[in-house]
Design a protein around this ligand. Structure first.
Ligand code: ZN
Length: 259
């Protein structure tokens, strides 16, 4: 593909970077990213991926925009209250960059549709707010060999990592870090626990940076590392995640079972 005159101008600040350049921009325009959840994390993530010219962005979310979402879900506007989040997000992204094709999936990710959906994309970004989705994505992305950039939030804290466990030794998955989901009543979601909206913005933006790095093959991946942001202390920490040889998703027993 060749960049048009307009694209040369739109992406000028990418093109002058040696690390991106024309080749990198063309790569972004040909990339297909699936964003799971058009909420607090998904909002800044979608905005930056669209602005960066990621050519095809899939959005899966079955919710509708609620007035209480707007305090942090900045891809949606007041006039969109009551509409499907995927449609509201599509309209915002279209207004930002008409190079981007948005594929909307107004459904809930489950064991029946996950594989088929994920197979059509190069990379998955998890901005969901529940453990069922997080573990399902972990398992499916491992089997389909898709990089997974995952973020999670608590009221004043966020976590971010990239998982590429299909690369073998030294590449853990989310289950290597947390073997089992916590009991459902232990984990309040944003709806119940509250959150400082901008904390979601920080994490979703970091997530966008890591997605773009993965697509472009830039810098150090967060594969094998967990980045933790403590908003109240204004601190970032990074911890190493080891691969669990007994991991039911990516460890020896799983590999033996799958032949
Ligand atoms: Zn694992």
């Amino acid at each position: 593909m060749e960049l048009s005159e307009t694209q040369f101008r739109r992406y000028a600040r990418h093109l002058i970077l040696d690390e991106v350049g024309e080749e990198g921009q063309e790569k972004l325009l040909q990339s297909r990213v699936l964003v799971v959840g058009a909420g607090g994390l998904g909002s800044p993530l979608l905005l930056y991926l669209a602005a960066a010219g990621v050519g095809t962005i899939g959005i899966i979310d079955n919710d509708r925009v609620d007035l209480t979402n707007l305090q942090r879900q900045i891809v949606h506007a007041t006039r969109s209250v009551g509409t499907l989040k995927v449609e509201s997000a599509r309209a915002t992204l279209a207004a930002i960059n008409d190079d981007v094709r948005v594929e909307t999936h107004p459904e809930r990710l489950g064991p029946d549709n996950a594989r088929g959906l994920i197979a059509g994309y190069d990379l998955v970004a998890d901005g969901s707010d529940n453990f069922a989705t997080r573990y399902l994505l972990t398992d499916c992305c491992f089997r389909l060999k898709k990089p997974l950039v995952a973020a999670a939030l608590s009221p004043f804290e966020g976590q971010l990592s990239t998982f590429r466990p299909y690369l073998g030794a030294g590449h853990p998955c989310y289950r290597c870090l947390f073997r089992e989901p916590p009991p459902p009543d232990m984990v309040p979601r944003c709806e119940e626990a509250g959150i400082l909206g901008a904390v979601a913005g920080v994490l979703g933006t970091l997530q966008a940076v890591e997605v773009l790095k993965e697509l472009l093959g830039l810098g150090d991946s967060l594969d094998g590392q967990l980045l933790i942001y403590d908003a109240l202390r204004a601190q970032f920490h990074r911890i190493r995640i080891g691969k669990d040889a007994e991991c039911p998703t990516c460890g020896v027993p799983a590999l033996a079972a799958s032949g």
